[in-house]
Design a protein around this ligand. Sequence first.
Ligand code: ZN
Length: 272
Amino acid sequence: MIKRSYLLTHVMGIPVRVHITLIILLPFLAMQFARWFGVARFFFGLLCAAGVFVCVALHELGHSWVAIRKGCRVSEIMLLPIGGVAKMNNIPSRPKDEFLVAFAGPAVSALLALLCRFIGELFAALGIVPLAVLLYILSAVNLALFLFNLLPSFPMDGGRIFRAFMTPRLGRLKATALAARIGRIMSVIGGIFGLFHGDFILVLIAIFIYQAAGAEYRAVYMQQMSQGWFTVEQSADVDVSPPPYARKVPPVWKGWRNKTNAFFNDLFKNWQ
Ligand code: ZN
């Protein structure tokens, strides 16, 4: 049987996995990188692709490092052809913590952009041109990761930062809806652009963003609905002429409610 993902390593106790689709698509990605950067050699493209995914993993580890400090559990980091995801069992809903977790990834990318540029200059000064070019490319990729992730839309980090800022003003649901809508509009524009330019990866990313933006909104919507539902149930004892059982929640109901809560908490494992 073919496994869906393979374990690369553990960092901070978090398993870093690579998805089977990335392994299959790696040669294709290498060619794409070589084409983008005008470097004809396949091996060089492969090295670029590997470097990019190391940088993506470090970006996700940045999120994870802060998330763990905020009391979250990170169950795994998965590397996919379109980037990486850190799977978190819960993300902080306090706007300030949400901002810090979301900003940690782009902050790592910004630091990597500077670091790669610096080391690249060093190699250039030493006359080791191929390595210098590789590091310049990685510097540019990290800068792109930093900027792209700060777009104020889901599922990019900027979407979470945007929501953290807008939640006190609009409430969590409306703020999520706004960020999800921006994400969908941008993904449609990006997808059309990709189609016209024959850029297969851009189309894939656009489809993923469109889908993920909707999923994020649905998760928050369900969360709020379930909270609302429990509020309605709890307020049943202020109903006009309530039946006697509505005055107190019987223990059997309480157990059932806790089970339902646990079910929803399990369902809304957040992806960062
Ligand atoms: Zn991120």
